[in-house]
Design a protein around this ligand. Structure first.
Ligand code: PFF
Length: 460
């Protein structure tokens, strides 16, 4: 069900910044440096960029044009383009993935807010490596604190979403994304000027091609999916708010460039500082410990002789995380809100309230899985880890594979051409390559990631 009063992004820049806001998130600042650290540094960055441009951009273009052509939420979009078929499940899977990711992502987002508060209160001053693990563990195992921050984050997300596509999402992205770029550059400059930074830079910039293994390729593809927000219908929903003159290829390229730029700049913040403090990004840094245990200590050590600088860098870093997380949570909330509002014919406000309440309830279980529910396991994982694993490793790649099959095989090629060239008004010389990737390269590559997730290949 669509309605005639459906909003659009008011400008092309607004569309790019909103989609880039969805893409830029904890995945760039947290997961990307860890993956880079574990997969050989510069060599990983090169193959990551190849995955973003070869696989990510064509799938992103498909999500955009499916959304723009149908002008409806992601579940409605597949139903409209493929009536009376099972393709509707691709859209529904996307909505479910958005719901699941939002539930656990808002827990970590809440932690970034608490750490911003701690940084503002100068709580890291004078602490050393042995203090930070206990600060973090005490915080996450305290049900009141982590649950309250998760709720607070959800409510801020809710407020932005109910203000609408133009007045909420687009406006917020237009203010916050430039702020995020400025903070990112300031922090990267501070980090690069540290003594010993050159070791960190060398790690990021000097490729050792012997490190490019099958496992590194698989990690790079998985990271590209998560980081670009692909496979879940988020970009399909945002595409449904694009104006008819939006250049889909150029928008996808700009979003991919911004997302990759933020990931690499995060590396420029984290690696020089980490190397300066004598750490190695190792498997111990998997999970929350890089951001919430290693980094606050690194800032203390790296800038410790200049307490004001160490204070400013810590506050800016955690604020950066809050902004990056918020632009992503609003995009996930929007996927589910648009679905509930349009498919069940209810007002946006009511739909958003339902999404906020149900997601908070599931988020509560995720938050508590670090404390009172830590013994409750699903397939040997806590609720938080289970949701993270199932959504990022299975739901997103499955979604991405079906999106590429849908765009590459099911849809009429003329529809794809019309949408990407804006009905013949744009010259798109790379169109055949995009079709080739959607038909062959993307589904095969993703099938390989999935088989690997299911343990059919050995990593190494
Ligand atoms: N791309 C976001 C990040 O890098 O943190 C995470 C994300 C947002 C994944 C929205 C999926 C999504 F639909």
């Amino acid at each position: 069900m669509t309605n005639n009063t459906r909003e659009n992004f008011s400008s092309k820049l607004g569309a790019v910044l909103a989609a880039a806001g969805s893409a830029v998130g904890l995945g760039n600042i947290w997961r990307f440096p860890i993956e880079t650290g574990q997969n050989g540094g510069a060599a990983f960055i090169i193959i990551y960029i190849a995955c973003v441009f070869l696989l990510g951009i064509p799938i992103m273009m498909s999500e955009f044009f499916i959304g723009r052509h149908t002008h409806t939420n992601t579940a409605g979009a597949y139903r409209k383009l493929a009536p009376n078929t099972q393709w509707k499940w691709v859209g529904r899977l996307g909505v479910l993935s958005g719901f699941v990711i939002l539930s656990y992502y808002s827990v970590v987002a809440g932690w970034t807010a608490e750490y911003t508060r701690l940084a503002i209160c100068n709580a890291f001053d004078g602490k050393n490596a042995t203090d930070f693990p206990s600060i973090f563990n005490t915080f996450v195992s305290n049900p009141w604190k982590s649950v309250s921050w998760m709720f607070a984050f959800m409510i801020v997300t809710h407020i932005i979403v109910i203000r609408g596509v133009k007045g909420g999402i687009e406006k917020f992205s237009k203010i916050m994304m430039p702020a995020l770029f400025v903070i990112l550059i300031v922090l990267a400059v501070c980090s690069v000027m540290l003594p010993g930074a050159s070791k960190g830079l060398e790690f990021m910039l000097k490729p050792d091609f012997s490190k490019i293994t099958a496992s590194a390729w698989l990690s790079a593809m998985g990271q590209a999916f998560f980081s670009l927000s692909l496979g879940l219908g988020c970009l399909c929903t945002y595409g449904s708010y694009f104006r008819s003159d939006t250049n889909i290829g150029k928008t996808a390229l700009n979003v991919a460039i911004i997302d990759t730029f933020v990931a690499i700049m995060s590396g420029f913040i984290i690696f020089p500082a980490v190397f300066n403090a004598g750490y190695a990004i190792s498997s111990n840094d998997i999970g929350p410990s890089l951001l919430f245990i290693t980094m606050p200590n690194v800032f203390q050590q790296a800038f410790g002789s200049l307490p004001l600088l160490s204070y400013a860098v810590s506050v800016l870093f955690y604020f950066l995380l809050v902004v990056a997380a918020l632009t992503s949570t609003i995009s996930m909330h929007e996927v589910v809100t648009a679905y509930v509002s349009e498919e069940f014919a209810m007002s946006r406000r009511k739909a958003a309230a339902i999404v906020t309440i149900t997601c908070s309830a599931v988020g509560l279980l995720c938050a508590l899985s670090f404390g009172p529910f830590s013994e409750f396991k699903l397939l040997g994982m806590t609720i938080f880890d289970f949701f993270d694993y199932v959504s990022s490793n299975l739901m997103l790649p499955i979604g991405g594979m079906f999106i590429s099959l849908f765009a590459g095989w099911y849809l009429d090629k003329r529809l794809l051409r019309d949408e990407i060239t804006n009905h013949g008004t744009l010259r798109v010389p790379y169109l055949r390559m995009v079709i080739f990737i959607l038909r062959y390269l993307a589904p095969i590559a993703i099938a390989i990631i999935l088989l690997n997730q299911l343990g059919l290949f050995h990593r190494g």
